[in-house]
Structure formats: C-alpha cells, structure tokens
Design a protein around this ligand. Sequence first.
Ligand SMILES: Nc1ncnc2c1ncn2[C@@H]1O[C@H](COP(=O)(O)OP(=O)(O)O)[C@@H](O)[C@H]1O
Ligand SMILES: [Mg+2]
Length: 376
Amino acid sequence: MDISVRELRKTFDRYPALHDVSLDIQSGELIALLGPSGSGKTTLLRLIAGLEFPTSGSIFYGTEDASGKSVRDRQVGFVFQHYALFKHMTVADNIGFGLKVRDRSKRPSSAEIRRRASDLLDLVQLPGLEDRYPSQLSGGQRQRVALARALAIEPRVLLLDEPFGALDAKVRKELRRWLRELHERTGHTTIFVTHDQEEALELSDRVVVMSQGRIEQVGTPDEIYDTPATPFVFSFIGDSSEIPISVSGGEAHVGNRSIGVFAEGLPDGPARLFVRPHDLDLVSDDPQTIAAVVTAVRRNSGSRFVEAEIDGCRSKVEIELPADDMRVFEGRIALKPKRWKIFPDAKRPNSQSVVGKGPYKHESEPKPPDYSQMVS
Ligand SMILES: Nc1ncnc2c1ncn2[C@@H]1O[C@H](COP(=O)(O)OP(=O)(O)O)[C@@H](O)[C@H]1O
Ligand SMILES: [Mg+2]
C-alpha cells in the first residue's frame, strides 16, 4: 500500500509538533523515521495511523484520502514500545484479539483464529507458545508476539514505534536483523520509528531524518551518511567535526589562512565546514592546511583517535587513524580534509552548500580538480 502524506501540520495547544510535512512511502517499503526525542516522529506515525487527526494537510492510502478515517478503517497494525500485551490473556488470545473484536460478519471462526495465531507464531519464530501468558516470556519474545498480533489483522501498513526501545542492546540487535528478514518474507509496507541511527541505517530501505517537527532529509542509508543535506543531518548521523570557516574568492579560510579547499559557488563570508574523522588527514610540507594543537589521543578498537583544537577558534576536531599508526601525536599538527561539505552560514539562506573531495586547489594544475558537483 502506497502512503502519501501531504503538507501535514499538527499543533497541540498552538504548539507546532509537525510543520507541513510531505512524504511518499512506496508499497512494500521499510522506512525509518529517525530523529531526536521530540522531533515529531510519534506524532507523524499517529497521524498516519488515525490515532490523531491533522490540524491541516492530508494522508492518502493509495489513491484513497484516508485523512478522516478511523484507525479500524485504515486497517493498520501497530507495535509500540509500551503497548503491553494483555496480561490475563494467553499468547494465542492476544494474537487473535484484533480478529475476535471484529463485527460478526467479518469475524473468522474460533478455530480459524486459533489456526492463524499458530501460523503467526511460526512466522515470528515462537512455535508452540500459544498457551503461555505474557509473564512467561522474555521482553524480546513479547515484542515478537506483539508483532504477530499486529500482523493478525492483515494490515495494509505496519507501524512500529520504537518497538525494541525497552530491550537490552544485544536483543535489540538480534531483533533488528530478524525484523529485516521477516520484512523480506512478508513485504508489508512498514514505518519504523527510532531515535537510534544504527537501527535506522541497518534496518530500513529509506530513512526520514526529522528535527523539530520537520523533515531534514529523506534518502537511502548510504545517501544519508555520504551526502547529508543539512548541517543537522551531518552532525546527527555518524561522527563529524564542524569547523567555522570564511569563504573568500571561492576558497575556504580558517582565520586568515587559506586551507586549500574549494568553496566555489559560495558567496564571500562565514560558512561551516563539516568533515568525518576518517576523512581528515595529517599532512606535512603543505602550506595550505588547517593548523591545530593536539589535546588528546585515544585508542578505540581498530582505530586511534587524535583530538585537536584548531588555531584561531575554539573548535575541536577528531581525526581517525589506523591503530597501527605509531607516529607520535603531540603539539602542533597540520590537517587536510579528504572529503568535506561546506554549508553557508545559517543567516544566509539563499546560498547553496558545496561538497568536495581532494585533490586541492594548489594541486589542481594542469587538470581541473576532481570535486563533486554542487548539491542543494
Ligand atoms: N498530546 C500531546 N499534547 C501536547 N504536546 C504533544 C502531544 N504529543 C506530542 N506533543 C509534543 O509534540 C512534540 C513532538 O512529539 P513526538 O511526536 O512525541 O516526538 P518524538 O516521537 O520524535 O519523540 C514534542 O514537543 C511533544 O512534547
Ligand atoms: Mg516518540
């Protein structure tokens, strides 16, 4: 089932929780809504479900305008972090609940409901647990039963709001892979809410990054990580450092010093350069670099991290090097980004950002530099 959200706005007591959000979800897609707490993920999910109604805008299920329809008419399956199973009901009764409460004309027979519950228990890899009670299951098992219950009504869309949020890290990781496999077998259109970027990037076909009631970027996990569209996405996803720069004559400067990085197409003035720790190189014999002073060095599994403070500003950067890089890192160092992205200063809304990767300006003759094209 394709789902289309058009200019959806939701305000609670005049406080805007969602600002004119538009999003197209394709049938069979597993999409993650990712953002920090309070960014509007649950609100968007509840609006899609019909648990909440929009202040303005509309929601389409296929070509049908579902905006005014009830939860039941929309035929959605839910799993929530705290949507506990009914304690006094067996696993089979929990799974069959949504079928049992149907109008008589649409209600399957008791035997049929019981059979479907068994099939679904097989599907979620908990065969034979029909007669257990929720208190006799682990947290991970309970969430799998909750998923079976959501699937029992043959939903047109499956909505999961931080379903693994209350489980410990190891179980979460297992369930994440399990859910991906299950999705590949069943092919339900699925919207998965999480604030955990690892979960979103590993699990989903596309990620919707949200902040303050707005969508910052929609893209595949690779696109979100490799070409972040906004400063928020760059700093929220993965590790990164931000370096305040100024642009003059199409070149980036830190203080008065050119760092040999193109910023073509950006107007003169302040801007923000973002770089990932593994995209920063330590260099010598190069007049155009970022000068910094080492403040700390630490080892973390396969990498060595050097932390440094940039000359002329308080900004810290982190450089990731292979653990077997045995150079002595102390005192003054010179840095050069291999890949980076420059965003105009927030107060200059009409300028575009620029992505780049080496070689650099002063190395560019005779051939033109190999930096990527402009992106908006
Ligand atoms: N029922 C409500 N009444 C008032 N404010 C709400 C309500 N639900 C959510 N909000 C507010 O809307 C914003 C977005 O919340 P939510 O969608 O729950 O974010 P998330 O799921 O990303 O953590 C938050 O500031 C939250 O306090
Ligand atoms: Mg939430």
